[in-house]
Design a protein around this ligand. Structure first.
Ligand code: HEM
Length: 241
């Protein structure tokens, strides 16, 4: 997802479709282009941690812990975790820039794919248990209930991002890959709208306001960084002239 590259490739190089150039190997023990030595272990730890929401649902399922309406519980839980993973994925770039800790980018693709994984579970719960795979009824619902329309749009937009998340696809698509992965910003906005709209009907906007504020910071930071870069470029251009 969102400008995700790994290993010896820089996102910019791969998005340009350029040659993948590995840096010369450093001394043993030092961080190499493949990343620090602890990276594979950290990735396993993040992977296992990201399975927690699923494990929790399975455990609750086996211990009668899903409440009086298990379908609603699963739909809401998977929806909320989709949003959480979207926010974490979008937080990688700002955190990386603010801390200078570039290794963070090595986790981004996995986090983005977990957002897609939970969105798929969320959608599957809906189409399976709510609509019993009646696609016509689903599209009727998508057309009728605005919060479903917006959630559906967010899910549909996630599909090409997940499908092109590999390094091979990034190389194949070149610059278009980066443009395509900017869709994640629209997905973030649609996800908040979906949540807001759903909760507005229940007059309970505490969580949508919280996640809306987080999303505003994550997307606002990018707009700020972009404006700053443009201002700096125009200043250096004026200086050179
Ligand atoms: C990126 C995609 C999506 C995100 C981030 C998302 C997120 C959410 C969130 C945060 C909730 C509320 C959870 C809570 O109450 O705490 C929710 C509920 C729900 N979503 Fe989604 N959603 C997405 C896509 C979809 C899609 C594709 C559908 C169906 C077509 C859908 C249908 C629903 C339904 C039926 C509910 C529960 C409504 C209720 O319990 O009254 N969502 N979603």
């Amino acid at each position: 997802m969102e400008r995700e590259m790994e290993s010896t490739t820089t996102p910019q190089a791969a998005a340009r479709g350029g040659a993948v150039q590995a840096r010369p190997a450093r001394k043993a023990g030092a961080a190499s282009a493949a990343g620090p030595r602890w990276l594979p272990w950290a990735k396993v730890a993040v992977f296992v941690a990201a399975l927690y929401p699923l494990a929790r649902l399975v455990l609750f399922g086996f211990t009668d812990g899903l409440g009086a309406n298990p379908i609603e519980f699963i739909t809401r839980s998977t929806g909320l975790w989709t949003l959480v993973f979207l926010c974490i994925t979008l937080a990688v770039t700002p955190l990386r820039r603010l801390t200078g800790w570039n290794t963070l980018v090595r986790f981004r693709r996995m986090l983005g794919l977990f957002a897609f994984f939970y969105a798929t579970l969320h959608f599957t719960t809906y189409i399976w248990f709510d609509k019993w795979f009646d696609v016509a009824a689903m599209f009727k619902d998508v057309g009728k209930r605005p919060f479903i329309t917006v959630g559906f749009a967010a899910f549909v937009l996630l599909i090409p991002l997940a499908a092109t998340s590999t390094r091979a696809m990034a190389r194949r698509l070149g610059r278009r890959w980066q443009t395509l992965h900017r869709l994640v910003y629209a997905i973030g906005v649609l996800a908040i709208l979906h949540f807001w709209w759903m909760k507005a009907g229940k007059h309970d906007l505490v969580l949508p306001k919280l996640y809306g504020a987080i999303m505003l910071v994550l997307l606002g930071w990018r707009v700020g960084a972009w404006l700053l870069a443009r201002w700096r470029a125009s200043r250096s251009g004026a200086g050179a002239a």
